[in-house]
Design a protein around this ligand. Structure first.
Ligand code: NOJ
Length: 756
């Protein structure tokens, strides 16, 4: 096979100016950018228009199921040079088979790219992305992406459609589960971590291309309904929705995916000003833009293209290089080019971008470098990967409430434990959505995890009680009986994995079905009850918070779910996960996020204890969330001193250091997520009341204090002025330090005009 690859690429090289036929493609690929360009130009020179548009075509693989039914690309198409890459075709043997046809049987032998959605693990499933974000641990998130890349590349993938870096502030939107939550700073940090984890420096055969998606403002879909319209000011776009994409670009992400939504009347698949303008020109992104699934064709549904040809022209002109699934570029654009409706130059530029990635991955040297059956076996679900998944999973668990130290359960003293609820033993739900090649049978459920951890000393009974979203209460009696007969009860409740993710928006984000009634019925049995809640989004669980003394938000923890949960419930691991999204009290408060503005009439409490009428508030609900962003408890307690800015005054272009001292005042060792927020007191444009500007997850022994240094760079104090240019304005700034976005320890410093 290798010899064939060499022969193939050698034939390409015959046309390469300045390179002898005898030069192997390997030499070409290792030789540097000039030779890369020469190689690609020579290849481009040999390609017909149809072959070029074939490179821009990405059909689904035979088993892909990530969108509406579409015809899969087949080997014949590969033979005819009609395919440049596949969506969702994997497996070492299978990718080898397709690659072989591309290399040996297509006219120019250009290798294929195999792409797919490797989001939070491939076979070793890590916590759902929102859960990973709850770790507030970029190193853990990077490691998860790294392991996903090792597994996925061993299964033939070159390219993942991750990370999703969309800011999500509306929990009705099901895709909140796939990202890093509501905050721009956290989103930026984790975007970079994931890009590093997937791509490394793209030199090894276990590193893969990453994709920052969905460009842009997809998370701002009106009413939280997936695929819906987004509309916003340029300021909000630039300050909230664009930054994580820029962070990913700065981290070297090689590809970006266009989003399904429109922004201000222009569907993103036709949005030249944002794709060619902001992404490419302004930020200098020189990678490739891929459409979303049938995104090109959907321009017709948006009502801005009358037919396929018009849709294809709009998308390619806007800078969308690859057409995923629509099959419009391949079918309709040759005639458009010939008719002069689309420039050959635009086509060539897109093809160059595809070929460059293939070159970068070394596929012209060795098209089979990612398909090796032995490696595939050796690098799948290894004990080391599982251990990493367990560690990340327990770091992702958020202790929302723990009245009277209901948790951890007293492991040694517990004789009988009742495990109740529809998620206690549900293997598939542990995986979450976008679970790659994850298998339910690989997962450890909470019931299994607790039984293993407790051993024979504790009798663990189990009753499902109810289904996740049914109305049937006939299982309540068994659940109540199990509770009566136990010393303590743990309930595993919440959403199914399928209730979040793509095309899974909900208007009611409380506990589905009859689960709240089930909790109340079990509680009435009189035994201590704690709840573990699964979800891919923030939920409205105020009724639950009033029913039980302790709640753990578990998201969807992945293959090691049950072990990680047992670690936390039994106190073998002290939880420290934090909410990457605000938990509202009700859907009526949405959108609710911590870094909001003050308004001219902020809510005010009068001396009689009542809220002032003419202020920004609700008649029927407090403004405050149930649990704020950054929230999460521990089995120990922490004390914060006031943060200490190093300098009382800094110049507008200067960097400030802030020292934060935190002490473990409890009796257990544990992690604390130390958070630093900043407020610009007075500025020419309104600013949020506070914004996260730094966080560090640190481990503290009982009684131990640590002083952590945070650096505030000019960018951390800057905002877009009236002229939409970044600036730091002189004036006072407040820094807040603590374990959540409601941190109260604060200090002030001043920024003075430079040179004053
Ligand atoms: C549609 C989704 O929006 C996108 O995130 C995904 O990568 C593609 N389908 C491919 O599966």
């Amino acid at each position: 096979m290798r010899a064939l690859a060499v022969a193939l690429s050698a034939s390409l090289l015959t046309a390469t100016a300045g390179l002898a036929v005898a030069d192997t493609p390997k030499a070409a690929s290792k030789a540097g950018a000039r030779d890369e360009a020469a190689f690609i130009e020579a290849l481009l020179g040999k390609m017909t228009l149809e072959e070029k548009l074939g490179q821009l075509n990405q059909p689904p693989g035979p088993d892909n199921r990530t969108g509406p039914q579409a015809e899969a690309g087949g080997l014949d198409q590969v033979r005819r040079s009609e395919v440049g890459s596949f969506l969702g075709l994997h497996g070492a043997a299978r990718t080898c088979q397709y690659q072989k046809v591309a290399v040996e049987e297509s006219r120019l032998g250009i290798p294929l790219l195999f792409a797919g959605d490797v989001i939070h693990g491939f076979r070793t499933i890590f916590p759902q992305s929102i859960g990973e974000a709850a770790t507030f641990n970029p190193a853990a998130v990077e490691k998860s992406a790294r392991i996903a890349a090792i597994e996925a590349t061993a299964h033939g993938f070159h390219w993942t459609f991750a990370p999703m870096v969309d800011i999500a502030r509306d929990p009705r939107w099901g895709r909140m589960s796939e990202g890093s939550g509501e905050d721009v700073y956290l989103g930026n940090v984790l975007a970079r971590a994931r890009v590093r984890g997937f791509q490394g420096d793209l030199k090894r055969d276990d590193e893969m291309l990453a994709t920052a998606k969905h460009f842009v403002a997809y998370g701002a879909a009106e009413a939280g309904r997936d695929y819906n319209v987004a509309d916003m000011s340029e300021r909000t776009l630039r300050e909230v929705y664009l930054p994580p994409f820029q962070a990913a670009v700065d981290a070297g992400v090689q590809t970006v995916m266009a989003s399904f939504n429109e922004v201000g009347g222009v569907p993103m698949h036709a949005n030249g000003p944002l794709i060619n303008g902001v992404l490419r020109k302004e930020w200098g992104f020189d990678g490739l833009v891929v459409s979303d699934y049938t995104g090109v064709w959907e321009l017709e549904k948006h009502g801005i293209a009358a037919d396929d040809t018009a849709a294809g022209i709009l998308a390619l002109d806007a800078g969308v290089d690859i057409d995923m699934v629509s099959d419009i570029y391949r079918k309709s654009l040759p005639a458009a080019v010939r008719a002069g409706k689309l420039s050959q130059k635009t086509v060539d530029e897109a093809v160059r971008r595809v070929l460059r990635l293939k070159y970068k991955l070394g596929l012209f040297d060795d098209p089979y470098r990612f398909c090796n059956v032995e490696r595939e076996q050796a690098r799948t679900l290894t004990p080391e990967f599982r251990q990493a998944a367990r560690e990340v999973a327990r770091e992702s668990l958020v202790l929302l409430k723990n009245e009277g130290n209901a948790l951890p359960l007293a492991k040694g003293k517990l004789r009988k434990l009742a495990v109740i609820g529809p998620l206690a033993d549900s293997h598939p739900d542990m995986l979450g959505n976008w679970a790659g090649d994850g298998r339910p049978e690989d997962t450890v459920t909470p019931l299994q995890g607790l039984r293993t951890a407790l051993g024979s000393a504790t009798q663990v009974s189990y009753a499902k009680g109810a289904s996740i979203d049914g109305k049937d209460t006939s299982g309540f009696a068994d659940a109540v009986a199990a509770a009566r007969n136990a010393d303590a009860v743990v309930m595993f409740i919440g959403e199914s994995a399928a209730m979040s993710g793509e095309a899974s928006s909900r208007t009611d984000i409380g506990l589905p079905g009859v689960q709240q009634q089930l909790v109340e019925a079990v509680k009435a049995a009189g035994k201590p009850v704690v709840a573990v809640v699964f979800s891919g989004r923030a939920l409205t669980i105020e009724p639950l918070s009033k029913t039980v003394p302790a709640i753990v938000a578990a998201w969807f923890p992945g293959v090691e779910a049950g072990n990680a949960i047992a670690d936390v419930l039994l106190g073998d691991y002290n939880p420290a996960g934090r909410l990457p999204v605000t938990f509202p009290r009700s859907v009526g408060q949405i959108p609710l996020y911590y870094d909001h503005k003050n308004t001219g009439r902020p809510i005010r409490i009068n001396p009689d204890g009542k809220e002032e009428k003419y202020t920004s508030r609700y008649l029927d609900s407090p403004n405050t969330p149930l649990y704020p962003f950054g929230w999460g408890l521990s089995y120990t307690t922490f004390r914060y001193d006031a943060p200490k800015p190093k300098l009382a005054k800094i110049g507008a272009g200067d960097t400030q250091q802030v020292a934060v001292t935190v002490t473990n005042t409890g009796t257990r060792a544990g992690d604390e997520v130390v958070q630093l927020y900043v407020r610009d007191d007075v500025s020419s444009v309104t600013r949020p009341l506070r914004q996260l500007r730094g966080f560090q997850r640190v481990h503290l022994k009982p009684g131990e204090s640590k002083t952590l240094d945070f650096t505030l760079k000019p960018d951390d104090l800057a905002f877009l002025g009236l002229d939409m240019r970044k600036r730091v304005e002189p004036g006072t700034f407040i820094v807040f330090a603590g374990g959540s976005s409601d941190a109260s320890q604060q200090a002030q410093f001043e920024v003075v005009a430079q040179g004053r």
